[in-house]
Write a protein that binds this ligand. Structure first.
Ligand code: NAP
Length: 700
């Protein structure tokens, strides 16, 4: 049965959850009941039977992939943008269900609007960085033969498979969207298996996505509860991503079928992230206050259930007590309970099982630490009918001898728990930070650039991200714990060894890279990008007079010639104010490597533009940049230059509004040569080119 209704707000009923497989919502007999993390109330039931994994995978690989590849990078980016808008318009239902995960309004905002913002960010990245089509050329191309007729380069194409994403419970919305966005742009179908504890919220998200009607069939599927025999049916073209505990990560990574078929596994696991106070910082310095604030925030936002939360606080030994007191004072303002109440500023753990897990882990940590902030002494949770096992106040642990306390560097309490520990000197602090054997993030609070340089050299080998926080960055800092779409998320070693986000890098995880070799003509055709040495298309019509649709890769213009005179140098110097000796001082120029006065490189560029532009108004709307500029040989007085302008690459920008002509991006290869035919300057210019006006008949 298929339903495309906007999902309902939570009410007193227990909602049976469904798998979304093959475009249908499957409702087997309800199984395990799921509790609200805030209220003593059951809110949903997982399906009692695993999803038909084999069919789901096969459907994604066939229908899902076919449907996705009817579009291209650019058209999928537009859909992603529209989906982000749709989800934002319907976010109220997500917030309502997010409440039950134990979230405060701010926690929900991070999960929901952070996830939607990631969709928008990927739509924008794809629109500006990717081509139209489903093949990505990863240049530069290399000439492999003396005659220039044997070249090599790299291309990326969508993998022939499905991406299976197994997610942790803590970000039921962001966790789905941050993986979906790059996968969808790449053109790879997805099957999500969210964690059971908060699966009701991921299911609401997918129901909304279904209701939007924006996704091609089979591009996203959802299975809930047990993963059944999912991994048995994965094939060589598939990708597995996992977010969760290191223990589960090991189980998945070593699954015989995953090993046998060399299926790529991208893992984000436990992380004992550190925050370090720089040795230059004293109580009262802005960086001191920033660190105290950041720690309290990281311990309490999402009740500490963030993979990036600060688990270890490293402070010079002579300042540790003052720091611990300052953190304790901040934490004393923390009130847990029903997050709908104004006085409540910290939420609950996502499930009773998580509550028990955190308490058991704190017990283990206490074998090498003492309680500095005791959760038992915190204010009582506020509210009625509370799910008390989920209400866990912050614990600040104090570890006096961190060198001898392996547990604090190896066990993660995935809740509002952090351990403060002293370091003797900064080298010792850095060594302790890396004792976690690989983390997602470390933050350093210092105002001394020398300290930051030393620290980064050591920390970068063991961390996915480093945040150096000081007074200058304070007003704009996104803080220790926020992964951003443009920056890599993922750390080495214990943190799983995976990589997510990081801009277009994430899209490439779902594309297969191949080296490709051939003649320039072949590579131009394969990469849909003009390669020098390939035949060009010349005609009477100037390429700048062609609309976007009428331009073909290879359309080219060889300009007339121009002899560079001394007057050119003098006039250009006067115009630009550039009187560099190489253009004006005969004696100094003679003594230089060139042995003579030469023209300004920027004059050569300007003169080339003068040679190739068509002056009348035309479809070329603007020149917005130059890429890969190289001045290959000097141009002296008396040299004669000419330019070849060739349409190199086109990026179609689908029009956002019906009836609008729209425009595309065209990159032009420019080769400026001298009278001997030698290349003197080489670059790409980037232009916006208008499309033809839509046919009025089509608009009716
Ligand atoms: P988990 O117990 O490892 O579960 C993660 C996911 O794996 C869930 O969807 C779970 O499903 C599934 N799963 C468990 N056993 C499986 C198996 N044998 N085969 C297939 N799937 C299996 O982790 P969690 O308790 O949800 O999350 C907490 C942990 O995640 C913490 O340790 C935290 O550090 C880590 N985490 C890391 C990051 C990161 O980016 N590095 C982000 C968030 C969380 P069920 O729920 O149905 O069991």
């Amino acid at each position: 049965m298929t339903s495309t209704l906007i999902p309902a707000l939570p009410d007193r009923q227990v909602r049976p959850l469904a798998h979304w497989i093959g475009g249908d919502w499957l409702h087997p007999e309800p199984g395990v009941e799921l509790d609200s993390a805030i209220l003593r109330q059951q809110i949903a039931q997982l399906p009692g039977k695993p999803a038909p994994c084999h069919e789901a995978l096969a459907f994604g690989r066939s229908i899902g992939r076919d449907e996705l590849l009817k579009g291209d990078f650019q058209s999928r980016a537009l859909r992603l943008r529209a989906l982000a808008k749709f989800l934002l318009e319907h976010k109220a239902v997500l917030y309502a269900w997010s409440f039950h995960t134990g979230a405060t309004k701010k926690d929900s905002w991070i999960d929901i609007e952070g996830g939607i913002a990631t969709l928008s960010a990927y739509a924008a990245l794809a629109q500006s960085e990717l081509v139209s089509g489903n093949l990505l050329h990863e240049g530069p191309s290399l000439s492999l033969g003396k005659q220039g007729q044997w070249m090599g380069s790299h291309i990326l194409v969508p993998r022939e498979g499905i991406a299976v994403h197994i997610n942790a419970f803590n970000f039921p919305v962001w966790g789905v969207l941050e993986k979906f966005a790059p996968c969808f742009i790449a053109g790879m179908p997805c099957l999500f298996k969210p964690a059971s504890a908060t699966a009701y919220l991921s299911e609401v998200l997918v129901r909304l996505i279904d209701a939007s009607g924006l996704l091609p069939k089979g591009s996203l599927q959802l299975m809930l509860g047990s993963s059944g025999d999912l991994l048995e049916h994965m094939l060589e073209g598939d990708v597995l991503t996992f977010t969760g505990s290191a223990h589960t990560a090991r189980t998945l990574r070593t699954h015989p079928n995953i090993v046998h078929r060399s299926i790529p596994v991208n893992t984000e696991a436990d992380s004992l992230n550190a925050a370090l106070l720089g040795p230059d910082i004293q109580p009262g310095d802005p960086e001191w206050d920033l660190m105290v604030k950041e720690i309290a925030q990281e311990m309490t936002v999402k009740a500490g259930q963030k993979c990036t939360a600060i688990r270890r606080i490293l402070v010079p030994h002579d300042r540790i007590d003052v720091m611990a007191e300052a953190i304790a004072e901040k934490l004393s303002r923390c009130q847990i309970g029903d997050t709908r109440l104004e006085a409540v500023n910290m939420g609950a753990l996502a499930s009773a099982a998580q509550g028990r897990d955190v308490q058991a882990t704190v017990k283990q940590l206490l074998t090498a630490t003492e309680l500095f902030v005791d959760p038992e002494k915190a204010a009582r949770p506020l509210g009625e009918n509370l799910h008390s096992e989920c209400m866990v106040a912050p614990s600040l642990l104090y570890c006096a001898r961190p060198d001898h306390a392996e547990v604090v560097h190896s066990i993660e309490a995935f809740g509002p728990v952090s351990t403060i520990m002293p370091y003797r000197d900064f080298e010792h602090g850095l060594t302790l930070a890396t004792r976690a054997k690989g983390s997602l993030v470390a933050s350093l609070f210092t105002h001394d650039t020398g300290i930051a340089q030393d620290a980064v050299l050591k920390l970068a080998a063991w961390h996915g991200r480093l945040a150096v926080i000081d007074r200058d960055a304070a007003s704009e800092s996104t803080g220790h714990g926020s992964p951003l779409p443009a920056l890599k998320h993922g750390g080495p070693g214990r943190a799983g060894g995976g990589e997510e986000l990081g801009g277009i890098r994430a899209v490439k995880h779902y594309l297969q890279r191949a080296a490709v070799q051939g003649s320039p003509r072949m590579l131009s055709a394969i990469t849909t990008e003009y390669q020098r040495g390939a035949p060009v298309i010349e005609s009477e019509l100037h390429p700048f007079k062609r609309h976007f649709e009428d331009l073909a890769i290879g359309h080219s213009l060889l300009t007339h010639r121009r002899t560079v005179t001394e007057a050119d140098l003098v006039l250009f110097g006067g115009l630009s104010g550039d009187y560099f000796y190489m253009h004006f001082d005969d004696e100094a120029a003679k003594a230089s490597v060139f042995g003579k006065r030469i023209a300004h490189g920027y004059f050569v560029l300007s003169a080339a533009a003068g040679l190739f532009v068509h002056p009348s108004p035309g479809p070329v709307l603007a020149n917005y940049g130059i890429d890969s500029l190289r001045f290959v040989k000097p141009v002296g007085i008396g040299d004669t230059i000419r330019a070849r302008l060739t349409c190199k690459r086109k990026i179609d920008k689908p029009s956002r509004k019906a009836g609008e002509a729209g425009q595309g991006v065209v990159a032009w290869d420019v080769a400026v040569t001298n009278q001997a035919g030698d290349l003197v300057a080489s670059y790409d210019i980037l232009t916006l080119v208008q499309k033809r006006a839509p046919d009025p008949a089509e608009l009716r």
